[in-house]
Design a protein around this ligand. Structure first.
Ligand code: F6P
Length: 581
């Protein structure tokens, strides 16, 4: 990025009033994409549009992009000063204006003693010595993780911990569960993590049913320690622990014994350590973080304690180093080679000029199966906004609906619509060269799959085939040349020109997982800056939470509370009460 001075969260620049926006509108008016033609006439297209960010190779060449489009897109990033706002963010300005907070997830992964850090080591924000506090907390998390991994930390009966159950929701769940799944091969033998999030009692019931209370450790992860789901599940877990230890005959029926059991089987992660203590968790066993870390940006804080236990401090530091590598790429790379900026700009091109409403994320890595769900919170809670950071209405569409499933499963489900439907759905394909579990098909089928076939190569053949099919399609003449009956030719034509980005990494290491997360964090940042919105608040989730608490008495049978509801809600609750055994 350029070296402009940090800018504060003054009034956003209206992107739609810029010349670059006007140019993009003009191009979009009679835009007719031609990936076949562009590849035929630009021999260097793949090379020109392929970029490197840390270990990630990102090929943008199969996007609906030409140099004539890229130029105004880059100008748009200059016009709204994406670089300046990024520098404002990382140096701790309160760019989360509606909550009057700094936004410093990038500080969570700054290495200790880094000479080239920007801002320089030792910077303070709201009286916090950011680096010192981050590293002190990390040291505490690592020390605890080591104790659990080595067996030094035991349950109340002296048995070592075998299962860690993380209780949290939203950012206090989606990050840890996604990363744990992604890094399963790195998990220490004899340790398992489970994740309880939903207030539906089926979730905690299923996750604890077969567990041994003597070897189970609960981590209550909640930034606010006030979230209904998490606190309800934490109480249910405590109840389960007492009940199951009692049933096993290893817990005396005294308050002291129960308190002692909680101290050995519960730890917490929160910014509200007073509330943690009120729940009965020893503050010594609580790991803090700060209000300048948003929930959906917190997996690299103490919220990742379950992951730190599972993969160990070494693995967790590599995970953080992966984030930092992309942060540095974002900070130091000129816009025209800056991958998160380019990907954010492409999303703006599709969303605001070509009418795309959704964006598919398709990991060709089973271990990344929760990545789309993780990105749903990151992208949609961040950029699903209708007002700008000064409170004025947005001037263009914001946000995209992120969705996806791992390949090849998705191919047999929803790819039909991506290939031949009427909607434009940009898609990110993510793959790793080296599988976490290499296997060969020793016998093959003797026809298409030869004996000894490397299954990962077969898997990735699908990755390459899909992006090729989406880009180049199949013409009517090509379909006819296969001897297809004329009546079904139209149904078998593929229009092509369906945009994809291919992201390739060497392997799904802790560092690469950190890199992927940071990449999308900064894509979100780029888009949010262009739209002029506060990507770091989430007021849109509040109303439903308030109403649930107001409605709860009615659902529990309180006639007066029921009467106060609107007619639809009233009759639905009445029906629920009638159906309830
Ligand atoms: O409901 C939205 C939200 O506030 C998320 O932003 C957050 O990640 C989640 O709830 C959980 O909040 P907490 O960590 O405070 O329990």
């Amino acid at each position: 990025m350029t070296d402009s001075a940090p800018t504060g969260p003054a009034s956003p620049i209206d992107p739609t009033g810029t010349d670059s926006w006007q140019q993009l509108s003009d191009i979009a008016t009679d835009f007719s994409p031609d990936l076949r033609g562009w590849f035929a006439s630009e021999s260097d297209r793949a090379e020109r549009y392929t970029f490197q960010a840390a270990d990630l190779t990102i090929d943008l060449s199969k996007n609906l992009l030409t140099d004539d489009i890229l130029r105004p897109l880059l100008q748009l990033a200059e016009d709204v000063d994406v670089a300046g706002r990024y520098r404002a963010m990382i140096s701790g300005e309160h760019i989360n204006v509606t909550e009057d907070r700094a936004v410093l997830h990038t500080a969570l992964r700054r290495p200790k003693g880094g000479a080239d850090l920007e801002p320089a080591e030792g910077f303070t924000v709201d009286d916090d010595d950011v680096d010192a506090e981050v590293h002190a907390t990390l040291a505490k998390v690592y020390a605890f993780a080591e104790k659990v991994r080595s067996g030094e930390w035991t349950g109340v009966t002296g048995k070592r911990i075998a299962t860690v159950v993380n209780i949290g929701i939203g950012g206090s769940d989606l990050g840890p569960v996604m990363v744990y799944d992604a890094l399963k091969p790195y998990v220490q033998d004899g340790l398992e993590c489970r994740f309880v999030s939903n207030i539906d009692p089926a979730d905690i019931y299923e996750k604890t049913a077969d567990l041994d209370p003597e070897t189970t450790l609960f981590i209550v992860a909640s930034k606010t320690f006030g979230t209904l789901e998490t606190l309800t599940n934490a109480r249910l877990a405590r109840q389960w622990l007492w009940e199951r230890l009692g049933r096993a005959g290893v817990l005396e029926d005294t308050d002291e014994a129960r308190t002692g059991a909680v101290a050995k089987h519960f730890v917490a992660v929160s910014t509200a350590l007073d509330k943690v203590a009120a729940f009965g968790i020893d503050p010594e066993n609580a790991f803090g973080f700060w209000d300048w870390v948003g929930g959906r940006y917190s997996v690299d804080s103490a919220i990742g304690t379950s992951v730190a236990i599972a993969i160990g401090p070494q693995g967790f530091s590599e995970f953080l180093a992966g984030f930092h590598a992309i942060d540095e790429h974002m900070r130091t790379t000129p816009l025209e080679r800056n991958v998160p900026v380019l990907m954010g700009l492409l999303n703006v091109w599709y969303t605001n000029f070509l009418g795309a409403q959704s964006h598919a994320v398709l990991p060709y890595a089973q271990d990344l199966s929760r990545f789309p769900a993780y990105l749903q919170q990151l992208t949609m809670e961040s950029n699903g906004k209708s007002v700008r950071w000064d409170g004025s209405p947005v001037t263009t569409n914001t946000g995209e609906i992120f969705w996806g499933e791992p390949g090849t499963n998705g191919q047999h489900a929803f790819y039909q619509l991506i290939h031949q439907g009427t909607r434009l759905i940009p898609a990110d394909f993510i793959a790793v060269a080296n599988p976490s579990r290499p296997l060969r098909d020793e016998t093959g089928d003797g026809k298409t799959v030869q004996p000894g076939q490397d299954v990962h190569s077969l898997f990735l053949a699908n990755f390459f085939a899909q992006t090729k099919a989406l880009a180049f399609g199949k013409t009517a003449d090509e379909v006819r040349a296969e001897g297809t009956a004329e009546a079904v030719v139209p149904a078998r034509v593929f229009s092509g020109n369906r945009p994809t980005t291919s992201i390739l990494a060497p392997a799904l290491t802790p560092s690469v997982v950190g890199q992927l997360i940071a990449l999308y964090e900064h894509i979100v940042f780029t888009e949010g800056t262009i739209w002029g919105i506060d990507s770091f608040d989430q007021w849109g989730v509040e109303l439903g939470k308030q109403l649930a608490l107001q409605i709860a008495p009615a659902v529990d049978g309180d006639a007066e509370a029921l009467e106060a509801q609107d007619s639809s809600t009233k009759s639905l609750i009445a029906k629920y009460l009638e159906l309830r055994d």
